[in-house]
Each structure stands twice: as structure tokens, then as C-alpha cells.
Ligand binder design. Structure first.
Ligand SMILES: [Zn+2]
Length: 65
């Protein structure tokens, strides 16, 4: 990575292929197309919901979408 890769040259690399689509289980756009795993809820990897305390700031609130 040189000096010029942060700006204009880097923009050409953006929006090449979509990595995440909308998840069927949690509704967030976090389902990885090629990996077939949701980054937000773990759909595809586990039957249980992927949930951590640090994902939500307010207690008893689930982060959606
Ligand atoms: Zn999900």
C-alpha cells in the first residue's frame, strides 16, 4: 500500500462484488453470499442465534437491520 491507495485509486476497487445479502433469519444485510454464513446472527453456521453483549448497547434490545 502506497501513498495513493487511500483515495482515488482505492475507489476503483470498491463495489466490485457483493459480499453480503439480506439475511433470512435476522433481516440484516449480513449474510455472506459465498460463505453462506450470516455475520450478524450466525445463520448458516449455527442453529442458535449469534448474540453477544457487546453487539447491543442497550440491554434487552436486539439489534436489527
Ligand atoms: Zn442473520
Amino acid at each position: 500500500m502506497g501513498k495513493t491507495t487511500a483515495g482515488t485509486t482505492a475507489f476503483g476497487r470498491m463495489n466490485r462484488k457483493k459480499t453480503h445479502v439480506r439475511c433470512r433469519r435476522c433481516g440484516r444485510r449480513a449474510f455472506h453470499v459465498r460463505h453462506k454464513v450470516c455475520a450478524a446472527c450466525g445463520f448458516g453456521a449455527s442453529s442458535k442465534l449469534r448474540r453477544y453483549s457487546w453487539t447491543t448497547k442497550t440491554l434487552q434490545r436486539m439489534r436489527l437491520k
